[in-house]
Design a protein around this ligand. Structure first.
Ligand SMILES: [Zn+2]
Length: 264
């Protein structure tokens, strides 16, 4: 009996020691974690995300204060899921969250259903612009850019941002608000590499110049005119004309255009 008590005490002590051992690294890890940035504290109110303390290399790639943006909360507390989650600098994640809350979600209601999802085509990726090896580092390599292909609505509809069958006026309004919010917006007509998705980033340029190159295209002539009610249907990709060297936006763009840097 006495032996049993000794054995029991031994295991209790061993278990306690193991628990203490387990607690030590956890405490160290907590100490090592940087406190949330001011940006992350703001982002907590409008998004669901995981902090990524540091993205480093290779080469020039990387960023500090990065988050994995999973969902954006709308003012009515409904959530918009970013799929797959986007790796972005916190400032860029915040810009995307506010864009979805203030511009995209109200616009989606005009198409007949609340916004529930955003298709992330690309976020952080260490590469040159347009995946050209040796080219100037893309803003994607700084976690400062997002490529968006489509939105998802609560009624199951998928809205392609470059889909010519989506009401033209709706796409023009979205382009205007998107170009007002981001410093670079590239879409169809920009360089031939953004025909089916929209690139947005927060690149900083001298003088605060912005690029807004997104042609809102018409359906091909054979297609019957669509009205605003049924225009939201995503259809098969329509063959597109060759990108024009100068985007024609009828002077509607709120942003200045720059021609000396066109590779993204
Ligand atoms: Zn891009």
């Amino acid at each position: 009996m006495k032996g049993l008590v000794v054995i029991a005490l031994f295991f209790c002590a061993t278990g306690l020691a193991a628990a203490q051992d387990a607690a030590v690294p956890a405490a160290k890890a907590t100490e090592a974690e940087p406190p949330p940035s001011a940006c992350q504290l703001r982002l907590t109110k409008v998004a669901v995300f995981k902090p990524i303390p540091l993205l480093a290399g290779p080469g020039e790639c990387g960023a500090v204060d990065v988050v994995l943006l999973e969902q954006v909360m709308l003012p009515d507390q409904a959530k918009v899921t970013v799929a797959p989650p986007a790796t972005l600098r916190c400032a860029m994640a915040e810009a995307v969250a506010l864009w979805l809350r203030e511009d995209v979600a109200p616009a989606a209601l005009q198409l007949g259903a609340p916004l529930r999802g955003l298709d992330n085509f690309d976020s952080y990726e260490c590469r040159g612009r347009n995946r050209v090896h040796g080219a100037t580092l893309s803003e994607h390599g700084r976690a400062n850019a997002l490529d968006v292909r489509a939105l998802r609505l609560a009624n199951g509809e998928v809205i392609g941002l470059t889909d010519v069958n989506v009401a033209r006026g709706w796409r023009e309004a979205l382009r205007a608000s998107t170009c007002a919010r981001f410093s670079t917006v590239l879409g169809p007509g920009s360089d031939g590499r953004h025909e089916q998705h929209i690139h947005v980033d927060l690149a900083e340029r001298r003088g605060g110049y912005k690029m807004c190159e997104w042609d809102v295209r018409e359906p091909v002539k054979e297609t019957a005119p669509q009205d605003g009610q049924n225009a939201a249907k995503l259809t098969e990709p329509v063959p597109l004309p060759r990108p024009r060297p100068v985007a024609s936006v009828n002077g509607a763009s709120p942003a200045k255009k720059m021609r000396w840097q066109r590779r993204w």
